[in-house]
Structures are given as C-alpha cells and as structure tokens.
Design a protein around this ligand. Structure first.
Ligand code: GLU
Length: 272
C-alpha cells in the first residue's frame, strides 16, 4: 500500500500492546510514516509519557520522519478551521455543563437518551441562544444540509465503501464539540486538521474509533480537505476479551521490555 500513514498517540499513559500493534500496522501500510504527538489534553499530558513513546517506538524498530508534529503547537491551524466553520454559519457557543446536559436529557418528554461517539446526544439547549463564549459546537443539521450523506473508503476490518447518512449524523451523533472551552480545540477537529496538514493518505486506527471516523469525514468535507482512506484494525484484548486501556500498565511495553522481551516477541504477541 503506497502512501502516507501516521501513528498519533496521546502522551497520557504508557504505550501498551495495542499501541504497538497500531503503530506497526500504520508503519507497514505507508511508504512514508509520520508520528504526531496528540498533546492537547494538557491536564493529562506528562513529558515522561512522551519520552517513553519515542523510546518504545524506536525500540520496536520503527523510524519516522522529522520534525514530529505536536498538537500543542497547532492552535492557529485549529483556530482557522473554526473560523471557516463559523463563517459557514455552522457553529455556536455552548455554556452547558455535563450536569445541565444530563438534566435536559432526563426531562420526562425526552425518552431514553441516544448515546453517540462522544456520549449522550446534545439536546440543543444553546443552539439558538447566541452566546459569545463557551465551548464551540457544530450545528449538525445545518452541516448536513450542506453536505448530504458522506462517504469514505475503509481498507481494514470493515473493508469497503461506507455511506454515513445525514440522518445518522444528525440523530446518532448530534452537535459535537469542536472546541472545548479550556483547550480551544477538540480531538475531532485537531485530528482532521492535522491529518490534512500532514497529507495523510490512509488513517490507521483501532476499530473502536469507527464511529468517530464518521464525524471526521464530515469535517474533512466541511473544511474542503481531501478525505483520506481509513484503515480500522482489530483491537488487542486481554485474556478476558477486554480491550487494553492506558491504565492497563500490566501490558505496557516498558513492562515487557523490563522482563526481557524482544521486539519480535511483541510482534508475535499481537499476531504479526
Ligand atoms: N490520539 C488518539 C489516541 O491516542 C488516536 C488518534 C487517531 O487515530 O484518531 O487514541
């Protein structure tokens, strides 16, 4: 597979077997392989986790192009994207707390809340209030009026052409947060703006992010950016079938390394 691929870890914990698998798959699928440090979540960021990312990936035998993109240095690009979406009339400010949203959704007339990729679908409380501050949300219904259904090509576990209907995005995803009040951006916005800036041709990630990909495809289109291919891969699970999490220190690469495992052992463990 020719093209540009990337691994985009967040330095908020140790890399585990699942990350090793994801990075190895991404590297094997591109003839250019890039790394991006997703460090927008400053509350959970630790420099030692970032240092460990470089160290573990080099140990695994991976090489990537330099300079490495860091999301903490990309605020201007995120701001530009927000300005564009705002100029299209597709955003609004929201001052709701999680508690406000829970309360609005528990009103008897609301029925059971629909849970989207980011949690309960936002009930739209602030949509028409004209706030000047707060988080920035995407007005999904207006965005879909512009786009209609969106499509992407998946080369991984659910290989084929996928169509995500406007209806699905409006009712099952809703008005997602584009910029959190504290950090001025969000995972969804940053990942799209940066995959485009790095000219990634195939985004490789775990299949747990399949639903998030639908959001990203819509954002690529709204921002007039080329939609890459997507390769969702299987998740590495523990012996109980539970997917590995950051706090799963037991499967941290550093732990295996300390116990004398080789990079080949890691490849075998993840089925490569
Ligand atoms: N930074 C995200 C993570 O650590 C993944 C990035 C992506 O592929 O969307 O899980």
């Amino acid at each position: 597979m020719a093209g540009v691929t990337r691994f985009a870890p967040s330095p908020t914990g140790p890399l585990h077997l699942g990350h090793a698998y994801s990075a190895l798959i991404a590297a094997s699928r591109g003839d250019r392989f890039l790394l991006r440090i997703e460090d927008i979540d400053t509350a959970r960021y630790k420099p030692e986790w970032e240092a460990a990312i470089f160290d573990d990936l080099s140990w695994l035998g991976l090489r990537w192009e330099r300079p490495v993109m860091r999301q903490s240095e990309r605020q201007d690009a995120y701001e530009q994207a927000l300005i564009r979406l705002d100029s299209l009339g597709l955003t609004y400010h929201c001052t709701c707390t999680r508690g406000d949203i829970r309360a609005a959704l528990s009103a008897p007339q609301e029925g059971a809340p629909v849970i989207g990729p980011d949690g309960p679908i936002y009930p739209g409380t602030c949509r028409a209030l004209g706030h000047k501050t707060g988080a920035v949300r995407l007005h999904m219904a207006k965005a879909m009026e512009r786009l209609g259904d969106v499509r992407f090509i998946e080369t991984g576990t659910r290989a084929g052409a996928h169509i995500i209907s406007a209806e699905h995005l409006i009712t099952q995803v809703g008005d997602i947060v584009l910029a959190r009040k504290d950090i001025g951006t969000s995972y969804h916005l940053s990942v799209v703006v940066d995959d485009a800036a790095q000219e990634i041709t195939e985004v490789t990630r775990g299949e747990d992010l399949f639903d998030a990909t639908a959001i990203h495809v819509a954002l690529f289109r709204l921002l007039n950016l080329p939609v890459p291919l997507f390769h969702h891969h299987k998740l590495i699970r523990d012996e109980n079938g539970k997917r590995l999490a950051k706090r799963d220190d037991a499967r941290a690469l550093s732990r295996y390394r300390a116990e004398g495992a080789t990079p080949d052992d890691i490849r075998r463990m993840v089925g490569l």
